[in-house]
Design a protein around this ligand. Structure first.
Ligand code: THU
Length: 134
């Protein structure tokens, strides 16, 4: 776990919390929001989008990364993950791999109740991602 000053991240934490409220999660009932900060300073958000064919469901992180990529951004500094239904939610293995493609050392901040946060490095969540390089 990393020590962070949460005040520095309040804007992006708010963005992730808001995105979670737009989640479409009628099956799991776990709403998830993600907000990713690019090197250029922009923030892109995503939420989970489930489907009645369960495996088609999309995770919040992948949606946020997709929005950033569609806007022409692929250099990421940190990501905030938030769920009003589950404290300190962490990226699933698939999302960890998906994020590692762009920044294996990404800082991941996750929210709990009462303005409590935890922060981890992606490489501690997924030590050895599959990376083909260029
Ligand atoms: N979920 C995410 O959006 N991100 C994660 O990293 C963990 C899981 C979503 C997928 C599904 O819609 C719900 O949370 C329950 O697994």
């Amino acid at each position: 776990m990393e020590k962070i000053s949460s005040r520095r991240y309040l804007k992006i934490i708010t963005a992730a919390r808001r995105a979670a409220l737009n989640a479409y999660a009628p099956y799991s009932k776990i709403r998830v929001g993600a907000a990713i900060r690019t090197r250029s300073g922009r923030i892109y958000t995503g939420c989970n989008v489930e489907n009645s064919s369960y495996p088609l469901s999309l995770c919040a992180e992948r949606n946020a990364v997709g929005s950033a990529i569609a806007a022409g951004e692929k250099e990421f500094r940190y990501l905030v993950l938030s769920s009003p239904d589950l404290d300190f939610i962490l990226p699933c293995g698939g999302c960890a791999q998906f994020l590692a493609e762009f920044e294996p050392d990404l800082l991941i901040i996750t929210t709990g109740k009462d303005d409590r946060y935890k922060a981890y490095r992606l490489k501690d969540i997924l030590a050895l991602p599959f990376l083909r390089g260029e």
